[in-house]
Design a protein around this ligand. Structure first.
Ligand code: PLP
Ligand code: COI
Length: 359
């Protein structure tokens, strides 16, 4: 039976003046709405007790499994305000499917996709006024599931909590949509064969933070991780998928080897590619091939993509002390791809793929 997210609280705690102040400079993930959606799972009762409640701390025992063995998964999607004031979600069922796949990998309970979408919708309906309407702005939704049983034995927990929180956001990177510098991690990996790279679990991100600090120390804002087995093929960035654009119009991205997150933005771009004049290519791609392509001009652009980053052009790849600069382009094809995607998301262009859903 479908879960019903009962609205237990819909009071608006934040006044309009404060909301306007937040919308003037939302940042990314710094402010949270007045409510959250929650549901409980137990081995005996399956999913139950779903509702929208006031945003606040989750009461957890220090022995809760999530604190010790990182049995946690999450998602990221956005709600967009259109020019007519209406609010729309982008491919929420794809996030619901991915959360189910992540749950299977982390031995967490799988929430049915319709319940996932119902939880997200219920929260956005209650907190509609939190969806900003400025350029590049949206309401970032962060659904997650945590093991929530108090015990220290190492086994899958028998109790879990699903929760959705929401944050009004602007561009992910401080520089807005301008091109970013990338640090290539030669020493640490994010995920290896048979590991959890294809799941969206907190542990993957924890494993990326040391290299991220290294990137910051070298003036870069994201890390590009290589395949953990041969350390020569490109996997993905710490929080984004990776693409290059070739001189002959190919959009090339690493194929899904099981170590890479199957990004919904990645999939959307690959789907749109033939319709916007590119040839989509998913294959293994070496770092050396990319550096050679930059040097000989056969690779003309590179970009990062994801829900948070949308499509962000890459300015350079730093490998140890060598900075490999992508050429400056008069008309960025990456930004054109970005524009075509956000035009669909904000309803400024037709959506022939059926990706957008009104709340
Ligand atoms: N790769 C990683 C590691 C990510 O964290 C993300 C962000 O969600 C992506 C790729 C892009 O996925 P999506 O486009 O579904 O947001
Ligand atoms: C997202 O894009 O949704 C992510 O989870 C990535 C992170 C950099 C915020």
């Amino acid at each position: 039976m479908a879960l019903e997210f009962t609205v237990r609280d819909d009071q608006q705690y934040t006044d309009q003046a404060r909301l306007d102040e937040i919308f003037a400079n939302p940042g990314f993930g710094d402010h949270f709405t007045d409510h959250m959606a929650v549901a409980t799972w137990t081995k005996e009762k399956d999913w139950h007790d779903a509702g929208v409640v006031r945003y606040g701390s989750l009461a957890s025992d220090p022995a809760s499994a999530v604190f010790h063995y990182a049995q946690e998964i999450f998602e990221g999607l956005k709600a967009y305000r259109r020019a007519d004031g209406s609010v729309w979600l982008f491919r929420p069922e794809a996030n619901g499917e991915r959360l189910r796949n992540s749950a299977a990998r982390l031995a967490l309970p799988q929430l049915p996709v319709e319940d996932f979408v119902a939880g997200v919708r219920a929260l956005v309906e209650v907190d509609q006024r939190w969806v900003p309407g400025g350029a590049e702005q949206s309401l970032y939704l962060r659904p997650f599931t945590i093991a929530n049983e108090n015990f220290l034995g190492v086994r899958a927990a028998h109790t879990a909590t699903f929760c959705v929180i929401a944050s009004p956001v602007g561009a992910y990177f401080k520089g807005g949509v301008s091109a970013v510098d990338i640090w290539v991690s030669l020493d640490s990996s994010r995920a290896g064969a048979g590991g959890t790279g294809a799941a969206k679990c907190g542990g993957n991100y924890a494993a990326s933070l040391q290299a991220t600090n290294e990137a910051y120390a070298h003036g870069c804002s994201q890390v590009l991780f290589l395949d953990a087995t041969d350390r020569s093929h490109i996997d993905e960035l710490g929080g984004m998928n990776f693409f290059v654009i070739t001189r002959d119009g190919q959009l090339v991205t690493p194929e899904l080897t099981g170590n890479i997150l199957p990004g919904i933005t990645r999939d959307s771009i690959l789907t749109m590619a033939p319709d916007i004049g590119f040839t989509p290519v998913e294959r293994r791609i070496t770092l050396q091939e990319v550096l050679d392509g930059i040097a000989d001009g056969s690779i003309v652009e590179a970009f990062a993509c994801g829900t948070a980053a949308v499509v962000t052009p890459i300015a350079s790849l730093t490998v140890r002390d060598q900075v490999h600069r992508l050429p400056e382009v008069a008309e960025s094809q990456s930004l054109d791809i970005r524009q075509r995607l956000v035009d669909i998301q904000y309803g400024r262009a037709e959506d022939p793929y059926g990706w957008t859903h009104k709340v």
